[in-house]
Design a protein. Structure first.
Lengths: 66, 141
């Protein structure tokens, strides 16, 4: 699973900590999602999409092999 | 989202971690004190006391909250218990197999309750800390 979280965050000039506070997780969790080390649940993915006011599929995309 | 209440195990407050760290030196000091006072403690009993003390400490660490209890931590915890259980089973089978090879029969004494509790908690704790360490490795942000 690839994601454009870092790009979306940059568009909104938002730090990892800012996003973490908005979606009520730790900064490490945001960091892990951005790095592709952790795939968020549907609920968390929807919360992230809501923060950036875009659809989930605009941030998270399946890759070959997923 | 609702969860089945019987399956929900409340986590201990972080203050319990301080008590957990006390168990590690205290159980060793207790065994040393018993040896100095010549209470007639044998090496197997000494090992069992240390195993149980360390198992208590690790149990408290495994059941106490992290600073932020989010879904990634819950996923790590679930994976850690799974991994810990798997390695415990592998270890126990190996111990029993080695004993069977050496003595030609299964000795129940080869595996003590304290040892099992200690190893299970140790493997769970190690698997959990390893996942946290991996997730904390920085990526350019």
């Amino acid at each position: 699973m690839k994601n454009s979280l870092k790009v979306e965050r940059a568009k909104k000039d938002m730090t990892q900590q800012d996003l973490a506070e908005r979606i009520q997780v730790s900064r490490q969790t945001v960091n892990s999602i951005e790095a592709g080390k952790y795939v968020p649940s549907t609920v968390l993915a929807l919360k992230i999409a809501k923060v950036f006011d875009v659809g989930v599929e605009e941030i998270f995309q399946l890759e070959d092999g997923d | 989202m609702k969860t089945f209440s019987l399956l929900h195990v409340p986590m201990l407050d972080r203050r319990w971690r301080k008590l957990a760290f006390l168990f590690f030196p205290v159980s060793v000091l207790l065994v040393i004190a018993m040896a100095i006072l010549r209470t007639g403690i044998d090496p197997d009993q000494a090992a069992e006391i240390i195993y149980l003390g360390w198992a208590c400490g690790l149990t408290l660490l495994n059941l106490s909250k992290e600073k932020v209890e989010d879904e990634m931590i819950k996923t790590f915890r679930l994976q850690a218990f799974h991994t810990g259980f798997f390695w415990l089973m592998c270890g126990l089978v190996a111990v029993l197999a080695v004993n069977y090879y050496r003595y030609g029969s299964i000795h129940a004494e080869a595996v003590s309750a304290g040892m099992v509790l200690f190893l299970l908690n140790l493997y769970v704790w190690a698997a959990f800390e390893y996942q946290k360490w991996r997730s904390n490795e920085q990526n350019p942000s």
